[in-house]
Design a protein around this ligand. Sequence first.
Ligand code: TXA
Ligand code: MG
Length: 305
Amino acid sequence: MQAQAAADALAAGDLIILPTETVYGLAADAANPAAVARLYEAKGRPRFNPLIAHVADWTMAARVAALDERARRLAEAFWPGPITFVAPIADPSLVCDLARAGLDTVAVRSPAHTVAQAVIAAFGRPIVAPSANRSGRPSPTTFADAVAETGQAAAVALDGGACAIGLESTVVALLDGPPRLLRPGAITRAEIEALVGPLAEAEADARRSPGRLTRHYAPSAPLRLDAEAPRPGEAYLAFGPAPAGAAVFILSPTGDLREAAARLFSALRAADALFPAAIAIAPIPERDLGEAINDRLRRAAGYVG
Ligand code: TXA
Ligand code: MG
């Protein structure tokens, strides 16, 4: 069975390509520092940037992290699913120091993908899985893109089809004080605030997030945001009614934010493959999933340092 082969590879200290509902991950045994070191190396990821421990469910999460009432409420509403909690580490033997970048906190998420769930169940312990791109590049949302990015480093690569959501999970810190939004994502601000009250903005410790480094999620071509139309030589990502053209990629013909999120990273990759002068992108409204889409676009453009 595929999941068992993947679990065996993890137990042997190898890396695997793992599909989730958000983006493809490159996964390792969370408790094995040598495997986690190889994971950072394969991605070219700075070691001060901690990883997410993927768990089967609340029970496994509660062994790893000290989760409070707010986490319980959010998990009941959204797990398995695209929201990650940062909470105090409860058992450091389950998620090694290197995976946590030496922090006394840990990020946990239960993914809503049958393949990811089957692998975690077969392995029986948490798996760390950053997005399967090389550090700084767009996250892979198809099996082919994941294999092209980091497949060489993986002993096993599991094909779970195209990712349904296409944007990384929302990351919320549940520590002292109000909950803080460290990374906007598939579960929106409004959905979270309805359950746990107003979110504070991430400040100092969010600087440890990769998104806070210059140019993350970035293709090779420069990006031009809020573009009503392409200029000569540019590729164009349209949202809603689109101009005709060979280098036009439609995120959503009807202006649907979920559809646009699901297509965003693969459209950036496809546009980049044409080696355009720039990739121009239509304005995306800031509401709902638009916050996460615009966050990724601003970082890909290098606007957030
Ligand atoms: O949707 C996702 O979350 C995907 C799929 C594969 O599950 N994974 C993913 O992982 O996006 P990665 O490593 O690319 O992003 C993890 C984010 C980073 O922004 C990291 O800085 C943050 O979570 N993070 C992890 N542990 C943290 C901690 N203890 N404190 C603050 N931020 C943390
Ligand atoms: Mg990433």
